[in-house]
Design a protein around this ligand. Structure first.
Ligand code: SOE
Length: 403
């Protein structure tokens, strides 16, 4: 069969009449690199209604080098000055969680659309303030979205579609886990993700938040009550010597780890179905395994981020002789987000979710609709995280999430 190649859209050419959308990104760690890739690549492959321009990269130190490397027009050091500029339309927040609320609330008040990395904030109170600011801004046509990027992996969106079409029937059980192992070495240093002041929580908020959001996204149901336990496995580590984030090196003195390393919890969905969750950065050998398995009355689906182009689907309505999980390669042009990419069978990777995130956010801005996940969705996840911590403190008591 002759394969029709997708039309690859070239970068915006002079004379292309699309209105511009000028972006300022605040922060330039690992997520800054990933978001930059999204902003740069999305308009080259997708026919966006507005043309994102990578205008300013903001960072207290070293932003010049990152801006040059990732293709931002200029670098700046003061986010308040950048938010006050008339030539900026969007603020993209990729800083540690302790600054999300202050930046987002200020940006929304200044009439800038805001994309904010997950988890939305470090506390429920901060997330509530952000949600209130977002509601107020929405009335003025200003949009906001939280960066739960794994919703934008074609296979997870396709899983959501199958569930919505009733292909697995009534949901009876969910197992969701996010497993990494980058902290198994007890001598790896105290980066900001191990500091409660900066990160809010540990594995729970960093990666457990993804497991919660993905469960709610695919099932279309919220987690209403939880029972959990969180634990710190290595209480002290070398302080940070050189570098930062995931690539920081160990210094000579030691300091306390103030966040959880492992979070185990069960939750009830709106329908009453039970879900089990696990978030750990200590699962030896698992590098980035965000896995979800959903069992229903008519079938089941299973996804693993380490094999992100695949979705397992079990159709229990087939004759017994044909039963079995089928492995669907989610690379067809008719699968979600895939039309403008490569010929059938040619895989996508981690970074494509960030382009899809840009597509959805920019489209919503142009259409004047509320993009999802909204700050209200982010606030809800924050309440689930908070309920897990409260449950753990109360000896794993069942604790309503309040949503
Ligand atoms: C580190 O644990 C991390 O980068 C998370 O912060 C991201 O949200 C996740 O996507 C990958 O792992």
């Amino acid at each position: 069969m002759t394969e029709t190649l997708p039309t690859v859209r070239q970068a915006q050419q002079p004379g292309d009449a699309k209105p511009g959308l000028r972006i300022a990104m605040i922060g330039h760690g690992f997520m800054g690199a990933a978001h930059s890739q999204g902003w740069r690549v999305a308009p080259r492959f997708f026919d966006l209604p507005l043309h994102p321009e990578m205008a300013v990269l903001v960072g207290r130190t070293g932003a010049d080098a990152s801006a040059a490397a990732w293709g931002w027009g200029e670098a700046a050091t003061d986010w308040r000055e950048v938010i006050a500029r008339d030539d900026i339309d969007v603020i993209d927040i990729v800083t540690p969680g302790d600054t999300h609320a202050e930046i987002a609330v200020a940006a929304l008040a200044a009439g800038k659309h805001v994309l904010c990395e997950k988890p939305l904030a470090n506390t429920v109170a901060e997330a509530e303030a952000m949600d209130a600011a977002a509601t107020d801004a929405a009335a003025r046509g200003v949009r906001s979205m939280v960066g739960f990027t794994y919703r934008r992996v074609p296979a997870t969106t396709f899983a959501r579609d199958l569930v919505a079409q009733g292909r697995i029937g009534e949901i009876r059980q969910v197992r969701a886990e996010y497993l990494q192992d980058w902290l198994t070495d007890a001598e790896s240093p105290l980066t900001w993700r191990l500091d409660k002041e900066l990160a809010g929580s540990g594995a729970l908020g960093d990666i457990g938040a993804h497991a919660i959001d993905l469960t709610e996204y695919i099932t279309g149901q919220k987690v209403t009550t939880v029972s959990g336990i969180i634990e710190t496995l290595v209480a002290e580590r070398p302080v940070l010597g050189e570098g930062s984030g995931l690539s920081g090196t160990a210094g000579t003195t030691r300091g306390p780890v103030t966040v959880d390393d492992l979070a185990l919890f069960t939750g009830r969905l709106e329908s009453g179905a039970l879900a089990s969750f696990e978030a750990t950065r200590f699962r030896t050998g698992r590098k980035n395994a965000l896995r979800i398995e959903i069992s229903g009355s008519k079938g089941a689906i299973a996804f693993d981020l380490e094999r992100l182009n695949e979705l397992e689907f079990y159709d229990a309505t087939l004759p017994e002789t044909q039963l079995g999980f089928q492995r669907i390669l989610v690379t067809e042009h008719d699968h979600p987000y895939l039309a403008p990419w490569w010929p059938t069978g040619h895989m996508l990777g981690y970074e494509h979710g960030f382009s899809h995130q840009v597509v959805d956010f920019v489209t919503a801005i142009a259409d004047g609709t509320q993009p999802r996940p909204s700050f209200a969705d982010g606030l809800h996840v924050q309440r689930v995280l908070d309920a897990v911590e409260r449950s753990s403190n109360a000896g794993s008591a069942w604790t309503p999430t309040g949503s």
